[in-house]
Design a protein around this ligand. Structure first.
Ligand SMILES: Cc1cc2nc3c(=O)[nH]c(=O)nc-3n(C[C@H](O)[C@H](O)[C@H](O)COP(=O)(O)O)c2cc1C
Length: 189
């Protein structure tokens, strides 16, 4: 069997104090199934204090050649990855602003054809409305949004004190999502 060599960035998409994304990210990393091709690296937007996109030219015009050092490094980081799992909350029925801003730095010419999967959480919706908006955004970036999702409703009551999930059917959903993402590379090795 070939060595797993596809690096998937797991992006923690909210940054506020007491954010739920941290618990979701921990749970996800602890419950990854065995994979053939993929390894997973957690990337926390808190560690990337990106300015609101303030580049002199849009990404398509500059082809991702940015003036700002951090924006440049961020694009290099994501362009070097083979795929993504985006963890998102739902803010006013949409994508948290900090996540949208981070995605605005991605240049489609460097992101084209990379797969992306979504893990969301929220109130009754489980963050599905944020994911629907994310699907539109990633399509413009020429990424490929995969089918399987994990959506966690009533996020404030979704995890036990030890970090395990109350509704353990979510573990099976996470395994399906990761298996779909891993299988994306079956014919692309
Ligand atoms: C600015 C803001 C807007 C929100 N809007 C929604 C919403 O539209 N739908 C929803 O299900 N939950 C909404 N919530 C509740 C969030 O689902 C919940 O607070 C969640 O923990 C937010 O993610 P975070 O903790 O990672 O920031 C909102 C929370 C915030 C902070």
């Amino acid at each position: 069997m070939p060595k797993a060599n596809k690096n998937i960035l797991v992006i923690v998409g909210t940054v506020r104090q007491n954010r739920a994304s941290e618990g979701v990210a921990k749970w996800l990393m602890q419950n990854l199934p065995k994979t053939k091709h993929t390894t997973f690296e957690l990337v926390d937007l808190r560690d990337w204090q990106l300015p609101f996109f303030d580049e002199p030219m849009p990404p398509l015009a500059s082809q991702g050649s940015y003036a700002g050092e951090l924006g440049k490094k961020w694009l290099e980081k994501v362009a070097a990855a083979d795929g993504f799992i985006i963890i998102t909350g739902e803010y006013n029925h949409s994508v948290p602003g900090v996540l949208k801003n981070a995605l605005d730095y991605w240049y489609s010419g460097l992101m084209k054809g990379k797969p992306v999967s979504f893990v969301s959480y929220g109130a009754a919706s489980g963050g599905m409305r944020a994911v629907e908006h994310l699907r539109q955004i990633v399509s413009e970036l020429r990424l490929i949004g995969l089918h399987d999702e994990v959506n966690i409703p009533a996020i404030w009551a979704a995890f036990k004190e030890d970090g395990s999930i109350v509704d353990d059917s979510k573990i099976g959903q996470l395994h399906n999502l990761v298996t779909e993402l891993d299988a994306w590379f079956d014919k692309r090795e």
